[in-house]
Design a binder for this molecule. Sequence first.
Ligand SMILES: Cc1ncc(COP(=O)(O)O)c(C=O)c1O
Length: 370
Amino acid sequence: MVHVTEKREYTGEYADKTLYLPGPTEVRDDVIEAMAEPMFGHRMERMTDLYTTIVEDTKEFLDTDRDVIVLTASGTAFWEATTLNLVEDRMLVPTSGAFSERQANVAERLEKDVDRIEYEWGQAVKPEDVRDALDAGDYDAVGMVMNETSTGVRNPVEEIGDLLGEYPDTSFVVDAISCLGGDFIDIEDHNIDAIFTSTQKAFAMPPGLAVCTVSDAAYERELERDSASWYGGFQRCLDYYDRKGQTHSTPAIPLMLAYRTQLKHMLEEGHHRRDERHREMAEYTREWAREHFDLYAEEGYRSQTVTCVENARDINVEATVEAVSERYDMVFASGYGAISEESFRIGHMGEHTVESIQALTDAIEDVAGL
Ligand SMILES: Cc1ncc(COP(=O)(O)O)c(C=O)c1O
């Protein structure tokens, strides 16, 4: 095998940059500091205190009695686990960007029979198309991305979930990775069987934990499957919690300590007020984008956590991202993949405020000469 990557020594000498990425995002100092505790064992009582605290506080934040799994993994693990746990043969995946396409791809890799409903990038998934597909075929599950991070589209998962009530044999799996905690959703009200996120997004944590809520129906359905995931098996994770209040294997204890601290901040603010703050940031960012550029996502379906700005002025996106980083120590994202120069993305999630987002837009204006 030809090796093309060479070691580049990590020096530790890097400027501290403020992150406006669609994840990872800024993390509070006390959350970072919470990780620096002496290590303890994952079968000690102290671990039960920690794990039961973060699971129950997550439920309180999301205002749900549903079961919660906190897994040492990035969110991608739950694409695999939910597919293995809930899909015997057929899965419907509406695709409207890079992440929904990858969700479909993961299921195909797991040898599931996947039907896509394909949309152009920037378009949202339409409930009537999902209904048509469900009327035409039997699916074990519909898998959907709530917030398409590559295009800044917020899909109408609530409406789609409501219509799924008419198809009780089909599970509803929602990837809310780039929005949960920054865009309110009533988890129990829309026939959602599993909804998951990664902690480095609107939960404003370091990366490394993935959080999923599981309906009773999904738990029961997994019991019927031969193919259920071991690592992300609902039954294995949840039964272990019920018996021991711990995780089935050794978790990232420092990250769980950090999550405990961050959850206290999230509970103090509350899910609804967090949602409101994100709405204000999204409105500010969209107004700024309309004034200077344009918006990539279809009107009426714009994300509350990630704005994808259409590069209507034809600025050099890569050079602007670079210069803002050099001159202002602020990092935002160019467009995703094939639209890297056609667009750029501002992550207004986690602990950011309208004021902190304005500092970035001021910097972009200065660098791009707007
Ligand atoms: C919508 C969406 N799904 C899945 C992922 C993958 O998440 P992770 O990198 O935590 O595995 C991302 C990451 O940006 C995402 O935005």
